[in-house]
Design a protein around this ligand. Structure first.
Ligand code: PGA
Length: 249
């Protein structure tokens, strides 16, 4: 069974001083029973990877361009992330789908680029509040799964993060039944497409995960970890979340 995964998405937060928190996280978890991934802003990627090179903690990026190189001012590519010491990259985060008009096709191309460079693609999906309220959640999830995941997905190169858009950064969390329903649906969908190997593809929950709600979320079947935003910025917040996941491991 693949190990559970505690992933932190720092978003557009953190300058050099934030590496102290990364150090503290690494120090507090020198022999973790789960995988730990921190995705700092691109400006800190190399330093973060160098700092944690001999630690059981992986560094990832928050986005990549679908192409390996070229005239794309401001973008970074998957080979660049790998070269900087990154092991993973988040693709299709709802903030990118919304702020940068990213659709499923583009997200799948980015995930493919990650795979081609030996990176794990953390592919994000999730419904908006309007979609949930109109009863379309599973339809949206199905569409995002079939459109955003490359055919070559395996437990080693792909992680799915279910992040209801309305739960991100809002303090609002779906009920445990709602989380369970979507995670079960994702597992079933992945198994139909990829067969038994899909049992090993980690499905993370993301959206307002905090020390106070982590344990109950991690107890939901088919929740294999979390993608944590705000509460991953400080060791004092992220550590208890990692510990709660270890309790389920
Ligand atoms: P949040 O963000 O934990 O701050 O809600 C989660 C995410 O966007 O990955």
């Amino acid at each position: 069974m693949t190990r559970k995964l505690a992933a932190g998405n720092w978003k557009m937060n953190g300058t050099g001083a934030a590496l102290d928190e990364l150090n503290a996280i690494a120090k507090a978890h020198s022999a973790p029973a789960v995988d730990i991934l921190i995705c700092p802003p691109a400006t800190l990627l190399m330093q973060a990877a160098a700092l944690t090179a001999d630690k059981p903690l992986d560094i990832g990026a928050q986005d990549c361009h679908p192409q390996a190189s070229g005239a794309h001012t401001g973008d970074i590519s998957a080979p660049m992330i790998a070269d900087a010491g990154g092991a993973a990259v988040i693709v299709g985060h709802s903030e990118r789908r919304e702020n940068h008009n990213e659709n499923n096709d583009l997200v799948r191309e980015k995930a493919q680029a990650a795979h081609d460079s030996g990176l794990t693609a953390v592919i994000c999906i999730g419904e908006t509040l309007a979609e949930r309220e109109s009863g379309d959640t599973l339809l949206i999830i199905e569409d995002q799964l079939s459109g955003s995941i490359p055919d070559g997905a395996t437990p080693d190169n792909t992680v799915i993060a279910y992040e209801p858009v309305w739960a991100i950064g809002t303090g609002k969390v779906p009920s445990l039944d709602q989380i369970g329903e979507v995670h079960d649906f994702i597992r079933k969908n992945l198994t139909e497409r990829f067969g038994d190997t899909a049992q090993g593809i980690r499905i993370l929950y993301g959206g307002s995960v905090k020390p106070g709600n982590a344990a109950e979320i991690f107890a939901v079947p088919n929740v294999d970890g979390a993608l944590v935003g705000g509460a991953s910025l400080k060791e004092a917040d992220f550590s208890p979340i990692i510990n709660a996941l270890e309790d389920e491991a």
